[in-house]
Design a protein around this ligand. Structure first.
Ligand code: NAI
Length: 476
C-alpha cells in the first residue's frame, strides 16, 4: 500500500522545505522527498556556507588594518581551509535545524530521488541525486507515495561552458570553491554575477590573485550602473583584475595551470594563466529524470512553466523556486512555496509580488537593490528624480571605516512612489529590508524621510537619499 499524503514536495531546499512546513501548519499531511541534504543548495553549498566564508574574508581583509583601530596583533595567518571547515559546521547546524522543524511539524522526510509516476504518484528511487558537491547518493528506501498535490522544488545546478568543463580539480563550480581547502595562488573567475563577485571577494581576501572575466560591459550587469561602478572601483583598489566586456573563447587545462584565451575586442585574444578557474556563468534548472513529460508538465526556456498560483500545466502539480524560473533566489523560492501551499489550501489571494524582490550580493562592499534601476525607470517612461547619498557622509559608516558606496533612491515625481532603491556599502543586505517593507506598503519618498531614523546609524543614509530625491538632503 502506498503512503498517502495531501502534499508531497520533491526537493528540500528553501523552496521545498518552507512549502512543507507551511502545508503542515495548515493541517495537511506532508512528505518531502530529498536526495541529498535538507536545506538544499542554499543551506549546504550556497547562501549559508558562502556567507560564512565571506565573514572569514572580512576578518582576513581587516587583519591588515587592525592597528588603526588600536588593536595590535602578531603575525596574521590566513587559512582558507579552516574557514571552509567552519562554513561546513555552520551549514550542518542549519541542516539539523531543518530536520528538527520537520519533526516538530510531523513532516515525513523521505530520502531518495522523487519522480512523478502517474497521476498523484511520486516514485522514490535510490542510487541517484542531483550531484551537488560530488556527493555519493544517500541510502534510502524505494517506494511510491500517493499525493493529492505535488510540489516540484528541485532547484538548479551550475552551468558549464562548452570549452571549459568543470572537473572539480583545476576547474571549479561554486560547489567546489565553497569548500576549497586552500586559497590558490591565482584564480580566474568567469562571470561577474552574484556568485563570481562573492567568491572573488573570498579568494582575494585570502591572498589569491583574482582575475574576473565578464562578457557584458560591467560587473554585476543586472544591477544599477552606479552600483556596478562602485564595486568595480573597490575591487580595483583591492588589486583584483577586472576584464569587463571580455568573453572566454577557449581554454587549455594543463597539469598545473589553466590557460585562458579571452576575447577583449582586440585583434588577438588575451592569454590569462591561472592555477584554478571558477566557472560562475549561471545555473540551470533541474528538470531531468522527474517524469515531467509523461505527467504533462511543460517547460519554457529550460524552466518549468508556472502561472501566478505556481500551477504547472498538469493538474495538481505545482513548481516553485529555481526550477520554475528566475530570479534564482532562495527568498523567492520560499515565497513561491508559501503561495503554492496557500493556493492548495484555497486562498484566492495566494501569490508573489515579483516587482518587489530584493537582490543582494554579499561581496565587499555589499550590493542590494529592489525595484527598477535608473535606466529601467527611464526606459519605462517614468518621470523620475534620483536621490543619492554617499556613505562617506554618514557618521556611522565613518566610525566603522566603511565609507565606500551609497544609497540611491529613484522617485517617481508624480506620486512620490519609490520605483527603485540601490545600496552599495556596509550592511546593504540588511538596509534593503526597510525599502522592501516601504515599497510593500506603497510608501513615498517623503514618508521615508519623515519616519525618524536613529542616530548614528547607516539607515540614516536611506532617509537622506529620500531627501536627496526631493532636492534637499541635509548632510551633502
Ligand atoms: P549570473 O547569471 O548572475 O551571472 C553570470 C555572469 O556570467 C553573467 O553576468 C554573464 O554575462 C557572464 N558570462 C556568461 N558566459 C560568459 C563567458 N563565456 N565569459 C564571460 N562571462 C560570461 O549567474 P551566477 O553568478 O552564476 O549565479 C547563478 C544564480 O544564483 C543567479 O541567478 C544568482 O542570482 C543566484 N545567486 C544569488 C546569490 C545571492 O543572492 N547573493 C548568490 C549566489 C547565486
Amino acid at each position: 500500500m502506498a503512503d498517502k499524503y495531501d502534499v508531497v514536495v520533491i526537493g528540500g531546499g528553501p523552496g521545498g522545505y518552507v512549502a512543507a512546513i507551511k502545508a503542515a501548519q495548515l493541517g495537511m499531511k506532508v512528505a518531502c522527498v530529498e536526495a541529498q541534504k535538507l536545506g538544499g543548495v542554499c543551506n549546504n553549498w550556497g547562501c549559508i556556507p558562502t556567507k560564512a566564508m565571506l565573514e572569514s574574508a572580512k576578518y582576513a581583509r581587516k587583519s591588515g588594518e587592525l592597528e588603526k583601530y588600536g588593536v595590535g596583533v602578531g603575525d596574521v595567518k590566513l587559512d582558507l581551509g579552516r574557514a571552509a571547515e567552519r562554513a561546513a559546521e555552520v551549514a550542518d547546524q542549519g541542516r539539523k535545524g531543518t530536520e528538527y522543524l520537520f519533526k516538530k511539524n510531523e513532516i515525513d522526510h523521505i530520502r531518495g530521488w522523487g519522480r512523478i509516476a502517474g497521476k498523484g504518484k511520486v516514485e522514490v528511487v535510490t542510487g541517484r541525486n542531483a550531484g551537488h558537491g560530488d556527493e555519493e547518493p544517500e541510502e534510502g528506501e524505494e517506494k511510491t507515495l500517493e499525493a493529492k498535490n505535488i510540489i516540484i522544488a528541485t532547484g538548479s545546478r551550475p552551468k558549464s561552458l562548452p570549452m571549459l568543463e568543470i572537473d572539480g580539480d583545476r576547474v571549479w563550480s561554486s560547489d567546489h570553491a565553497v569548500y576549497a581547502d586552500s586559497a590558490p595562488k591565482s584564480i580566474a573567475i568567469i562571470g561577474a554575477g552574484a556568485i563570481g563577485m562573492e567568491f572573488a571577494d573570498v579568494f582575494s581576501s585570502f591572498g589569491s590573485e583574482v582575475t574576473i572575466i565578464e562578457a557584458l560591459e560591467r560587473v554585476l550587469p543586472m544591477e544599477d550602473e552606479e552600483s556596478s561602478k562602485a564595486v568595480a572601483r573597490a575591487y580595483k583598489k583591492r588589486k583584483m583584475k577586472l576584464m569587463e566586456g571580455a568573453k572566454l573563447e577557449d581554454a587549455e587545462v594543463l597539469k598545473t595551470k589553466v590557460k585562458l584565451h579571452v576575447d577583449t575586442g582586440k585583434d588577438e585574444p588575451e592569454l590569462v594563466d591561472v592555477e584554478r578557474v571558477l566557472v560562475a556563468v549561471g545555473r540551470a534548472a533541474i528538470t531531468d529524470d522527474l517524469g515531467l513529460e509523461d505527467a504533462g508538465v511543460e517547460l519554457e526556456n529550460g524552466f518549468i512553466k508556472i502561472d501566478e498560483k505556481m500551477r504547472t500545466t498538469a493538474d495538481g502539480i505545482y513548481a516553485i523556486g529555481d526550477c520554475a524560473g528566475p530570479p534564482l533566489l532562495a527568498h523567492k523560492a520560499s515565497h513561491e512555496g508559501i503561495a503554492a501551499v496557500e493556493h492548495i489550501a484555497g486562498d484566492e489571494h495566494a501569490g508573489v509580488d515579483y516587482d518587489n524582490i530584493p537582490g543582494v550580493t554579499y561581496c565587499h562592499p555589499e550590493v542590494a537593490s529592489c525595484g527598477m534601476t535608473e535606466q529601467e525607470a527611464r526606459d519605462a517612461g517614468h518621470d523620475i528624480e534620483v536621490g543619492k547619498f554617499p556613505f562617506s557622509a554618514n557618521g556611522r559608516a565613518r566610525t566603522a571605516g566603511e565609507t565606500d558606496g551609497h544609497v540611491k533612491i529613484i522617485r517617481d515625481t508624480k506620486y512620490g512612489e519609490v520605483l527603485g532603491a540601490h545600496i552599495v556599502g556596509p550592511h546593504a543586505s540588511e538596509l534593503i529590508g526597510e525599502l522592501i517593507v516601504g515599497r510593500h506598503l506603497e510608501t513615498t519618498a517623503e514618508e521615508m524621510d519623515r519616519a525618524m531614523h536613529p542616530h548614528p546609524t547607516l539607515s540614516e543614509a536611506i532617509a537622506e537619499a529620500a531627501l536627496a530625491s526631493l532636492g534637499h538632503a541635509l548632510h551633502i
